[in-house]
Design a protein around this ligand. Structure first.
Ligand SMILES: *Cc1c(COP(=O)(O)O)cnc(C)c1O
Length: 378
């Protein structure tokens, strides 16, 4: 009988700080899964601090599973990986603050060039180099209008590249598929054609050999025609399949302690604005993570955490650094561990479920986890 509930005796169980655990074995298994889908080399993308899971940790797991390259957003991220002792080739494709050419040559970091202006700048900067050339990948816009050189500027890009041959070395050609979550080869066909056109023009201009790369996770899993020489896979390696065609291993677990527990009667408003009112006498647990830690504030009903193998719904509004869960008859002393998300099936929510509750995509859940949350390697 719920009316018999009493306040749980406070125990001395140890609290632990909210912690995001990275699971390297799952990442390695996902590299293997990707390899089974392609003959192309695998570039492991570790942008946004390895999709929130720690760029160094994630990269090491991927290299251990024989990912050949790493991809990051900017050269600063690449420098950090070099400082961490990582040796494989690295490509950085967006450098909003420009590039320190001496540093990228020393660090052996390849730079993607997304406009004629950028290429001119890179060549000008590289003129100060005493020795060595900057390794460049020419980025064709294959349909996103986000980055990359538009088709009509490609000839001009190649003319500038030829004029700068003593300062830059063109080693690659890249594109990016706009339909990142579609499992539809027909949708990719125009990008594949444009990629071939880009590659052929670069070869005709006298550059080569080239590494040609277009596909990300979804293309790798669903469309062989997009693979070329290398695939750039990020989400898939941390267990997120945007195409939702295969099942990958979740590589993240977020845990937090119950910091306060209580028994409340029916009719008790919970949290800011009393947005939720209990319908029966029940137990509540307060968990020490909130929207500042990356828990989405707008959540559909059904959002929950797992405690002792039981799914406990989040009730009331998400606060900045705490949430309240209804544990029903389950006694949850202070210090009890709650699993916010994790790879286990059953009671533990997945990041995919969190994405649905937040009307978003799994990427935003894992990359959104805040700095206060500790990191651990499982
Ligand atoms: C993020 C990104 C990727 C990886 O995409 P996933 O879908 O996460 O595999 C590849 N290439 C570029 C240019 C990217 O920005």
């Amino acid at each position: 009988m719920t009316t018999a509930l009493t306040t749980p005796r406070l125990t001395l169980s140890r609290m632990h700080a909210p912690t995001l655990h990275t699971l390297p074995d799952a990442i390695a298994a996902n590299v293997e899964r990707m390899r089974s889908a392609t003959d192309a080399r695998i570039m492991a993308v570790v942008k946004a601090d390895g999709y929130g899971l720690g760029a160094g940790t994630v990269a090491r797991a991927e290299i251990g599973a024989e990912a050949a390259w790493l991809g990051v957003t900017d050269a600063g991220d690449a420098a950090e990986l070099r400082d961490a002792g990582i040796e494989v080739p690295i490509l950085a494709w967006l450098n909003p603050a420009g590039v320190d050419v001496a540093q990228v040559v020393t660090d052996r970091v390849d730079i993607a060039v997304g406009s004629v202006d950028e290429l001119r700048q890179l060549i000008a900067d590289a003129s100060s180099l005493p020795g060595g050339r900057v390794r460049a990948h020419l980025h064709m816009d294959t349909g996103m209008s986000r980055g990359g050189v538009p088709l009509q500027d490609w000839a001009e890009l190649l003319r500038v590249a030829r004029s700068g041959r003593d300062r830059i070395e063109v080693v690659g050609v890249m594109g990016h598929l706009p339909d990142a979550d579609a499992a539809d080869p027909a949708m990719n066909a125009p990008a594949v054609l444009r990629m071939r056109h880009a590659r052929d023009a670069v070869l005709r201009a006298g550059f080569g050999p080239l590494i040609v790369h277009l596909a990300a996770t979804s293309g790798t899993l669903t469309d062989q025609a997009t693979h070329f020489d290398m695939v750039r896979v990020g989400a898939g390696l941390v267990g997120i399949d945007p195409s939702e065609t295969v099942s990958l291993q979740g590589a993240a677990r977020l845990t937090a302690s119950v910091v306060h527990s209580s028994v409340v009667p029916a009719g008790t408003p919970i949290g800011y604005g009393g947005a939720y009112v209990t319908e029966r006498t029940t137990r509540l647990g307060v968990i020490g993570v909130g929207y500042a830690d990356g828990i989405p504030r707008e959540l559909a009903s059904g959002a929950a955490v797992a405690i002792d193998g039981i799914r406990c719904p989040i009730v009331g509004r998400v606060s900045m650094d705490q949430i309240v869960v209804d544990t029903g008859e389950l006694v949850v002393p202070r210090g009890t561990t709650a699993v916010v998300f994790g790879p286990e099936a059953g009671a533990v929510p997945t990041v995919q479920e969190w994405a649905r509750w937040a009307a978003s995509i799994p990427h935003t859940i894992v990359t959104g986890i805040g700095a206060r949350v500790e990191r651990a390697i499982a």
